[in-house]
Design a protein around this ligand. Structure first.
Ligand SMILES: Cc1ncc(COP(=O)(O)O)c(C=O)c1O
Length: 512
């Protein structure tokens, strides 16, 4: 049961008329005090207004002006949930009481719990509870919060926060009748290019495909080598492999966790065609140093910006720091869709055009295929959602920065390695990573105390079964291996409060 409440009309009227139902009044008051949204269905508003004003007229006719103002104030403090477009008129609840049925389907669409005093409604409804049960739920929620339980990632909260915008985006797409490569993708590409301060953006199916298509578009494939970090998510390597090239790992700088430019030159051979620099965990790689090496050896530089939407390197947004960049809109990313999605950004018109053609069956004109392309397009509906979410990106990245600042302050003396931020980096804290030699015990202790953590990543790509044919052995990339054994990602996200971070740090300092 959701602990977000849609109030039945009887409970609202108890509050507005101060009727002698103390649980209704207490519940309404507690929600107001604690900033918990009070939801009502659009279907109830007329009845509530009618009954409220009629009662006031009857009991205290001189107060009618005040009552009208009170009703306006009520409208201002509640959130109104629309009813779905079409309804099942013969539903048993609809046959008993149409208004209750409309409340039920509003609550179902918003995924919230109805609170009522009507036991008959509770019996017929799938999501209805009595006022006393709602008060008990709030008590339980408070005690849970006091126990400082924090999930590693809450993907639902940010989307609930912007439900109205997401629903409008869905309605817009549904009503357009155009579901592949329509106006939403076109507009989003334009908006994301602007955001990244890039000349071009091409939407694609996901982050892996973004990198893969860039390599294909540059003609990198069979017999070629692509330099990749040894410490990254496997997608960076897979992009090279899927293009037919060989990923050549280079160890990271142990302070920044990003590819160490000082080690790149030694990995370059006559077959090397490109370097994929990953802005891991949301922190930009040292692009000037990487670009300088690439220039000397005539290599392409591709940014893997899957974890770094909005991060800046020496004041410049990631996405234009190399020849081309691949982004992922996987739901957990700083800019995440409600499904898969990805994009390529670049200032190179030829590359942008090639990626666009490759991503759409090798076709520029429908049913005429220039090359053997792929089906890897950014979904129209996901683009519509992303257009709403990109409006929040800077604000949410800002909230992540506040969370990171609090961690850095509260954990400054803890026996762990904290993230290091070079003076030229403006990271957007996709993840907040700490390191400790006793990582597994630490993770267990935190988990026992209700703190969710994750490991990014427990096995480096060279030791994954998927790359067994390459014949890598343990110890060959010791920094990546050490990181895999020591890194721990603490809860991080725009919905995390500074108070929650304090709770995590209190438990953390005792556990470490
Ligand atoms: C560093 C990195 N590169 C590439 C990807 C691939 O993105 P996607 O999952 O959208 O294919 C991811 C995300 O999972 C990632 O973290």
């Amino acid at each position: 049961m959701s602990d977000r409440f849609l109030f039945d009309s009887n409970v609202i009227l108890d509050y507005l008329l101060q009727r002698s139902f103390p649980d209704s009044i207490k519940l309404y008051g507690q929600c107001l005090e604690n900033g918990i949204s009070i939801l009502v269905s659009a279907a109830q508003l007329h009845t509530i207004e009618y009954v409220f004003l009629k009662q006031v007229k009857q009991d205290a006719p001189t107060q009618i002006g005040t009552a009208k103002l009170a009703f306006q104030a009520f409208l201002n403090e509640v959130s109104i949930v629309k009813t779905p477009v079409l309804i099942e008129k013969n539903h048993p609840l609809a046959l008993r009481d149409m208004e209750d049925y409309l409340i039920e389907i509003s609550a179902e669409a918003a995924d919230v719990t109805i609170v009522t005093r009507d036991a008959g409604f509770v019996r017929l409804s799938k999501r209805c509870i009595l006022t006393e049960q709602a008060l008990a739920m709030l008590d339980e929620k408070r005690s849970l919060q006091a126990s400082a339980k924090v999930a590693f990632l809450d993907l639902k909260a940010p989307h609930i926060e912007m439900r109205a915008e997401l629903e409008a985006a869905f309605d817009r797409t549904l009503n357009s009748g155009w579901y592949i490569l329509g106006n939403e993708v076109k507009q989003f590409e334009h908006e994301f290019a602007n955001y990244c301060e890039a000349k071009f953006c091409v939407g694609v199916g996901n982050g892996l495909e973004a990198l893969h298509l860039i390599l294909r578009a540059y003609g990198i494939g069979e017999g070629d080598e692509v330099i990749v970090p040894s410490n990254t998510y496997i997608a960076t390597w897979l992009a090279a492999s899927h293009a037919g090239a060989t990923p050549i790992p280079v160890e990271p700088d142990e302070r920044t966790y990003n590819i160490d430019p000082a080690l790149i030159e030694a990995a370059i051979t006559p077959r090397t065609k490109a370097i994929i620099a990953v802005h891991l965990y949301g922190q930009p790689a040292d692009m000037d140093a990487i670009n300088a090496i690439a220039k000397t050896h005539n290599l392409k530089v591709i940014e893997d910006a899957a974890q770094a939407h909005g991060a800046r390197y020496k004041g410049i947004r990631v996405g234009t720091l190399g020849d081309a960049a691949g982004f992922s809109f996987y739901p957990g990313k700083n800019l995440g869709a409600l499904g898969d999605g990805g994009a390529v950004t670049t200032n190179d018109p030829v590359l942008a055009d090639k990626v666009r053609v490759l991503s759409n069956y090798g076709s520029r004109v429908k049913y005429y295929n220039e090359v053997k392309g792929y089906n890897s397009r950014l979904d129209e509906l996901q683009a519509a959602f992303l257009r709403e979410k990109i409006k929040k990106l800077d604000e949410w990245n800002g909230r992540r920065k506040a969370v990171a600042a609090e961690y850095l302050k509260l954990l400054a003396d803890a026996d762990i390695v904290l993230p290091f931020v070079p003076e030229w980096a403006d990271p957007i804290w996709h993840l907040f990573i700490v390191r400790n030699a006793e990582r597994d015990q630490l993770q267990k202790k935190l988990s026992d105390a209700g703190i969710g953590t994750m490991i990014h990543y427990p096995v480096p790509p060279h030791l994954q079964q998927a790359y067994s044919e390459a014949g890598y052995t343990k110890g060959q990339f010791p920094i990546a291996e050490r990181l895999a054994n020591q890194v721990l990602s603490l809860p991080m996200g725009p919905q995390l409060s500074v108070k929650q971070v304090g709770g995590v740090c209190e438990i953390f300092t005792k556990a470490v």
